[in-house]
Design a protein around this ligand. Structure first.
Ligand code: FAD
Length: 330
């Protein structure tokens, strides 16, 4: 059985988000060799859209459907949903995939409801995929305390949102394989019930926490806003982002935009360095999926050491600058 998949490829600041390529990779896996993967992109910047379309076509989208319209400014959910709906009309996919981002979380259930499809949110792994094979979607529940495995009834339509940083991004097609084409989408602007008037960025720095490969995170142990300075230096050196526990946010040391955990962001970087964070279950819910966890805490009994791959018992104000100096040397 061949499967046709449609990927909504989300951009941010005119650039494709990495999770868009991860959703494309998942779609290619689902479609197998005999299926087809289409992509839809939507925005107002024609040059950025052209660049994104070329990248998607080079990574396995057979057709990239482009909606370029002023109503898509600010990615209002109704407008993005309308673009996806137009692409669904054109492609008739069995599965629609998108990133489990703030926007994806708003749009995916709307799309599923509109087409009467199953909706699986926050997929972190896909097992047993292949042509006509039994595909199982894995997702964490209850802040990571349980894992659910779901199968879609064969033939039923589905909308899947994939958690950033968990699935491998689609690789560029090998040389000699023809790249996909680009087509304008028959998009009609819907009535917008909300419009974005302005976006105020609260988190500083250029690396998006949700997509960062390296996160240096601070807890109440940093003791002040200034106490984050050594963490920022280490994160900058490693090309990473700074995160925080709710303890640090509640104490006013940093903005809530940095909070990681059950009521903050869920992150899965390659490397998570927890500095002065005790490791409460609510914090672990947001970071325990990280590939390698390093904990720095002066209390050897701190629960964070229970999930850490490497633990350093000591004062973060001594250890973090030492690590930074060591990384700078290497
Ligand atoms: P603490 O628990 O106070 O730990 C500070 C740590 O720093 C200690 O282990 C201490 O030994 C160490 N330390 C102190 N000085 C140094 C030093 N100089 N060098 C090295 N180590 C040092 N928390 C979250 O993080 N994210 C959430 O999303 C979240 N959601 C929540 C939702 C609910 C409903 C509830 C009830 C709580 C939630 N919490 C969340 C709060 C959570 O329970 C903890 O209170 C919080 O994570 C503690 O933050 P902390 O580890 O920074 O502080």
């Amino acid at each position: 059985m061949s499967l046709t998949c449609l990927v909504y490829a989300e951009s941010k600041d005119g650039r494709l988000r990495r999770v868009a390529l991860e959703a494309l990779g998942a779609a290619r896996l689902l479609a197998g060799d005999s299926g087809a993967v289409h992509a839809v992109i939507a925005g107002t910047d024609s040059a950025a859209l052209a660049e994104a379309a070329a990248e998607l076509a080079a990574r396995g989208a057979v057709v990239v459907h482009v909606a370029d319209d002023p109503s898509l400014h600010g990615s209002a959910p109704e407008a993005v949903q309308a673009a996806i709906a137009a692409a669904i009309d054109a492609v008739q996919p069995s599965a629609v995939l998108l990133g489990h981002t703030a926007l994806g979380r708003e749009v995916a259930p709307r799309v599923a409801a509109a087409i009467g499809a199953a909706h699986i949110a926050d997929v972190t792994a896909i097992e047993h995929s292949g042509d006509g094979g039994d595909v199982v979607f894995v997702r964490p529940l209850y802040a990571g305390k349980a894992v659910e495995r779901l199968r879609i009834v064969p033939g039923a339509p589905a909308v899947l949102s994939v958690r950033p940083n968990n699935l491998p991004p689609a690789k560029p097609l090998p040389p000699g394989i023809p790249q996909g084409s680009v087509a304008a989408l028959a998009y009609r602007a819907p009535t917008l019930w909300t419009t974005v008037r302005s976006v105020v960025r609260k988190a500083s720095g250029g690396v998006d926490l949700a997509e960062a490969d390296v996160i240096v995170s601070g807890g109440r142990g940093v003791r002040s806003a200034d106490g984050f300075a050594p963490l920022q230096a280490l994160a900058a050196l490693l090309g990473g982002a700074v995160g925080a526990s709710r303890g640090a946010c509640d104490a006013g040391y940093c903005d809530y935009a940095l909070q990681i955990g059950q009521t903050g962001k869920v992150v899965t970087p390659q490397l998570y360095i927890a500095c002065g964070i005790s490791g409460a279950i609510q914090h672990l819910a947001g970071m325990s999926g990280s590939r390698v966890i390093v904990a720095i805490n002066k209390d050897a009994e701190a629960p964070i050491f229970g999930v850490a791959d490497y633990g350093i018992v000591g004062d973060l104000f001594e250890i973090v600058p030492l690590l930074t100096a060591e990384f700078r040397r290497s």
